[in-house]
Design a protein around this ligand. Structure first.
Ligand SMILES: *Cc1c(COP(=O)(O)O)cnc(C)c1O
Length: 453
């Protein structure tokens, strides 16, 4: 990796925190912005680059969230910035459904090339992850002539009506927002840390889900199975080996469209272009967004040509889908991922973080609050449990998790929490973060865990 940073890569937190300008903005926000949109941190951003976010009061934070897995190449990657400027100077929008342009086609070609499988593929572009998921379901339904859709426990697929229905967690995502779309069914997930029978294999966990699908829906009624290969909001849950391949096989045997929702796990994040590749799974459709375009809003559905082409002309689209500026950004971001070998960098980050946190877990021992350290590449997590319950009841400790995140923030490290039980700290650094900055962030995280443990 050879990255030139524009901003000094150093953490700094001043004594009065949050500072006066952030407080002033918070007061204006309270009068102007809907209360339903919450922010994890109380400071307002002035600038960001590499692994650093500067706030409006002169504080600098190490970014271990990447705006929720978006700024994989950093928040102001030079190539992305250059491509956006160049595109903006020519045209910002013509609507691909009215007057098409090359950038859209080039992004589609790139996605067809990068996603798993050698079969003929097509791509359609949208703006958000939820929009991609909705359209993947539309495509699966029309192509199969079936209606039922299967999602999993702990799943997160978005906040629109259909995707709320696919999402598992009620509070805050669904609470009070129903009724939800019909024909959505929920199957049991493989969650190794929380299995009642810790010996259960991935294949057995898949058979458990298949039994539910066969008995409660009927395999021949199912249009699609949608799954995050590593669950994001649900807690960075990595299913047991063999779970995804068996589900994909079941889908194939029964004419069901297997959709990998790679919105969070995709684009080099886990050390492969897509997380399904760790198990050699070839999905029928892949949904992407978040890391795809260096922070610009863009999403996609990519998959088997015969599925995408089953839709009548005009059946897919949207005013802004595949916006030319976002497409230019995506091509540049993907180029940075390739030229800087950010997949390799994700694997390096995994090795560094797992070694550090594994040591800490071993040192603190069975009686500590660290239940599990897990994840792939730079999509890593710590699940916290009440002291001493790591190998027994595994009682989720959301309070300790919150304290750890707060401690880190006060020391200048932004980390995000997640999980059905709110007891998971997730680490999603930009892949361009320097070794020094990552080590510094891990020092802070370690101190935070010790202070609570
Ligand atoms: C974030 C996310 C979505 C929704 O993406 P938006 O861009 O917020 O609509 C869908 N699926 C997964 C796996 C996600 O992580």
């Amino acid at each position: 990796m050879d990255i030139q940073y524009r901003l000094e890569q150093k953490r700094k937190v001043l004594a009065d925190f949050p500072g006066p300008r952030s407080l002033e903005l918070a007061a204006r926000r309270a009068q102007a912005v809907a209360a339903g949109v919450a922010s994890s941190v109380p400071v307002y951003v002035a600038d960001a680059d590499g692994g650093i976010i500067h706030d409006v009061d002169g504080n600098s934070f190490i970014d271990l969230g990447s705006g929720i897995a978006v700024t994989t190449v950093g928040a102001s990657d030079a190539a992305v910035v250059g491509a956006v400027k160049e595109q903006v100077e020519h045209f910002t929008h013509t609507c691909f459904m009215v007057s098409p342009y090359e950038g859209y086609v080039a992004v589609a070609e790139k996605l067809n090339q990068l996603t798993p499988g050698e079969h003929a593929k097509r791509t359609v572009l949208f703006n958000s992850g939820a929009e991609a998921v909705e359209n993947a379901i539309k495509i699966a339904r029309i192509a199969t002539g079936r209606t039922a859709v299967v999602a999993f426990d702990h799943a997160y697929h978005g906040r629109t009506n259909l995707t709320m229905g696919l999402t598992a967690k009620a509070m805050p995502y669904k609470h009070g927002f129903g009724p939800f779309a019909g024909e959505v069914y929920r199957a049991p997930m493989s969650y190794p840390f929380r299995e009642e029978n810790p010996q259960i294999t991935g294949k057995e966990a898949a058979e458990r889900a298949i039994l539910m699908m066969s008995k409660q829906i009927g395999a021949d009624q199912i249009a699609a199975i949608i799954i995050e290969p590593i669950q994001g909001e649900g807690g960075f849950i990595v299913p047991a080996d063999g779970f995804l391949p068996r589900l994909a096989e079941f889908a194939k045997e029964n004419g069901i469209v297997f959709i990998a929702d790679e919105v969070q796990s995709g684009f080099a994040r886990t050390g492969e272009w897509f997380a399904v590749q760790h198990e050699g799974v070839v999905p029928d459709l892949v949904t992407t967004a978040k890391g795809i375009a260096g922070g610009m809003p863009l999403s996609a559905v990519t998959g088997r040509a015969e599925l995408l082409d089953a839709v009548h002309g005009g059946g897919l689209g949207g005013t802004y889908g595949g916006n030319p500026v976002a497409c230019a950004a995506a091509l540049a971001a993907i180029d940075t991922m390739e030229t800087q070998d950010l997949r390799g960098r994700a694997r390096e980050i995994e090795a560094t973080v797992k070694e550090r946190l594994g040591k800490l877990q071993a040192e603190l021992g069975e009686a500590s609050i660290i239940g599990e350290v897990r994840g792939r590449g730079a999509m890593l997590a710590l699940e916290f449990v009440e002291r001493g319950s790591a190998s027994t009841a595994k009682v989720p400790d959301a309070a300790a998790t919150k304290k750890i995140a707060e401690y880190c923030l006060k020391e200048g490290v932004i980390i995000l929490t997640c999980g059905t039980y709110g007891n998971v700290v997730r680490l999603l650094p930009p892949l361009v973060i320097s070794d020094e900055l990552l080590a510094d962030a891990l020092d802070v995280l370690e101190a935070a865990i010790r202070s609570v443990a």
